[in-house]
Design a protein around this ligand. Structure first.
Ligand code: GDP
Length: 599
């Protein structure tokens, strides 16, 4: 930097906070509480409502936190809370390959403890290496709780009876234990020395506001201490952000709700936005923010602004945004080279792109980030993907899925998306199964169950159509008819003798087909098959007793080589033990002649 340039172009931006946790554990209530407290403390106007986010400035945090926070200790400007809670929006919110949220709050209901989405959220936090704290919520529901609205946890804890305290401690330690089971070393936040190594647990009530001062203090401290460097941005530089949502807006056409995490965006900027097919290059028509509540009666809910700096949530209206995708990057061009910016956007998209195979299932998700999370999870489950896209399940997807050769792949897995009516009808006709869910692992489990059912059905039909091993012996003095057909009494030694099976006799190790079973009777009744141990009479078309076959001969159900191979390699675990025994004896005989028989 030259001596004459004394400006400091960098400044600290607001850390972006996401709230995650299981459904009904209190994510929305907690955000509402924080917003509500902020409004009260700031009187009207001091907190700014962004598009999709709420900014709580440092001075408001310090007045909510009271003695816990001295604003002098901080130079980050506050916290920007993403309004849509849940890991769905968390996975959407990404920047340059990482999570866009700088820090997260994982909400856990103290009564309900760890639940599927808690685990899923932890998994996402682990993967994205996002620092987080745990809000142990609903402490006011501990029986006998004496509520002290908006008090710090220590004060309200002191005012509880011994029994209530004990009960809360138990619940908190259970959560700490659960975290440890998942590989996180955690403790109550006031015992944590190093928040990078240990997860702080903050007891709170989103209902009474107890512990909320602590929560904000810890978030602020954590950001200040460990993330200050990452918060240094070039404020005046061209803005960089991530699309949170693509929305039709009356009077503005398609708009993108965007979280800006670097630089500024101006109302006359050219921008590049990640699209379904290619980066979209377009000119901003308007930058929109929510109109303050007091003025909402005017014609539009939005107010145009000239410029916004990171971190902020902003609605961008511009032409040609129809193909924009939630989770895609947004970059301001301004005085940069357009091709370079396009390349950057392409590179970011490629980074999120899902590897697809020649054959596999169709995957749909609501955002790029969640699509990637789905692909990761499916990769782990070893489920190949033929096509992965952002958007609702459409007839086009059904067409793709219907071309799969493998019935297991005639499936569409939709995460957090709807199924269009005509897609549903089409799927029924084309025999495509659509799975949708809002929890990734449940979605995959549902699909895996379906795969198992199909595999079972496939094996059942194979077993139906395959020759089954059987060894049987002609009983002495049990020739009822010499020939045309020969009718003899037999005992099945192992396996299952079925009607219409070809019969083989081994001369040494040379198999010789002697005829075909043309009827089995047990005590005068016709039956389809005889099991090991049964004594039955059998009509065999072909041989004459005394010539090709004799009393006391050992006979076999013939197993074609191909069937023997399937039986040995794929169905060995499906057939009864005595049948397997017959199969192995049969294979031994065949292989003593030809070692590669049936391999
Ligand atoms: P979300 O699905 O995680 O966003 O959960 P919500 O914020 O919608 O909360 C689910 C339910 O729990 C609602 O009925 C809330 O009123 C209730 N709730 C949330 N936080 C608290 C709390 O701290 N104490 C009590 N008693 N109820 C709570």
């Amino acid at each position: 930097m030259s001596d004459t340039d004394t400006r400091d172009p960098t400044s600290l931006r607001t850390p972006i906070v996401a709230v995650l946790g299981h459904v009904d554990h209190g994510k929305t209530s907690l955000l509402d509480k924080i917003r509500g407290s902020a409004v009260i403390e700031g009187e009207a106007g001091a907190i700014t409502q962004h598009i999709g986010a709420t900014a709580v400035p440092l001075d408001i945090i310090s007045s909510i936190a009271g003695d816990l926070v001295d604003p002098e200790d901080f130079d980050l400007p506050g916290l920007l809370f993403i309004d849509t809670p849940g890991h769905h929006s968390f996975t959407t919110l990404r920047s340059r390959g990482g999570a866009l949220a700088d820090i997260a709050i994982l909400v856990v209901d103290v009564n309900d403890g760890f639940q599927p989405q808690t685990l899923e959220a932890l998994d996402i936090l682990k993967r994205s290496q996002t620092p987080f704290i745990v809000a142990a919520n609903k402490i006011d529901t501990v029986p006998g709780w004496n509520a002290n609205e908006d008090e710090p946890i220590n004060d309200t804890y002191e005012s509880q009876s011994e029994r209530v305290r004990q009960r809360l401690d138990e619940e908190l330690y259970e959560i700490i234990g659960n975290l440890s089971d998942e590989g996180f070393s955690a403790d109550l936040y006031w015992r944590v020395q190093n928040f990078q190594r240990n997860i702080g647990v903050v007891p709170v009530s989103a209902m009474t506001g107890e512990g909320v001062p602590d929560l904000l203090t810890v978030m602020m401290g954590l950001s200040q201490r460990y993330m200050k460097e990452e918060m240094e941005i070039d404020v005046a530089g061209p803005g960089v952000g991530t699309v949170l949502e693509v929305k039709e807006e009356k009077g503005f056409g398609t708009t993108v709700d965007t979280v800006l995490y670097d630089g500024t965006i101006r109302a006359d900027d050219k921008i590049v936005v990640g699209g379904q097919n290619e980066p979209i290059v377009t000119d901003v028509r308007a930058l929109l923010q929510p109109r303050p509540l007091a003025e909402i009666r005017t014609e539009s809910r939005f107010e145009k602004v000239d410029e916004v700096g990171a971190a902020a949530g902003i609605k961008i209206a511009a032409p040609d945004l129809a193909d924009a995708m939630a989770g895609a990057p947004v970059r301001v061009v301004r005085d940069r080279d357009l091709d370079e910016v396009i390349e950057e956007v392409q590179a970011e998209l490629a980074d999120i792109a899902v590897d697809t195979a020649e054959e596999g299932v169709v995957v749909k998700a609501d955002t790029l980030g969640s699509l990637e999370a789905m692909a990761d999870a499916l990769g782990e489950a070893e489920v190949p993907i033929v096509r992965a896209e952002v958007g609702d399940v459409a007839p086009r997807d059904v067409s793709v899925a219907s071309t799969a050769d493998d019935p297991k792949q005639k499936a569409i897995l939709g995460f957090n998306v709807d199924t269009l009516d005509d897609a549903e009808q089409r799927a029924e006709i084309e025999d495509v199964t659509i799975f949708t869910d809002e929890v990734i692992y449940q979605l995959i489990e549902g699909y895996e169950e379906y795969v198992e059912e199909i595999e079972q059905a496939q094996q059942d039909t194979i077993l139906e159509n395959i020759s089954r091993p059987a060894r049987f012996r002609i009983l002495p003095d049990h020739t009822f008819r010499q020939n045309d057909p020969a009718v003899v009494g037999v005992e099945v030694n192992s396996g299952t003798l079925r009607n219409n099976t070809n019969v083989v006799k081994f001369e040494g190790n040379e198999p010789e087909r002697v005829g075909q079973v043309k009827g089995i009777q047990e005590q005068g009744e016709d039956i389809d098959e005889a099991r090991s141990g049964n004594r039955v009479s059998v009509a065999i078309d072909g041989p004459t007793v005394g010539r090709q076959i004799e009393e006391d001969d050992e006979l076999w159900a013939e197993i074609p080589e191909k069937h023997a191979k399937i039986l040995e390699q794929e169905l060995a675990s499906e057939i009864p033990g005595d049948e397997l025994e017959a199969l192995n004896m049969y294979l031994d005989k065949q292989r003593s002649r030809d070692p590669f028989w049936g391999k």
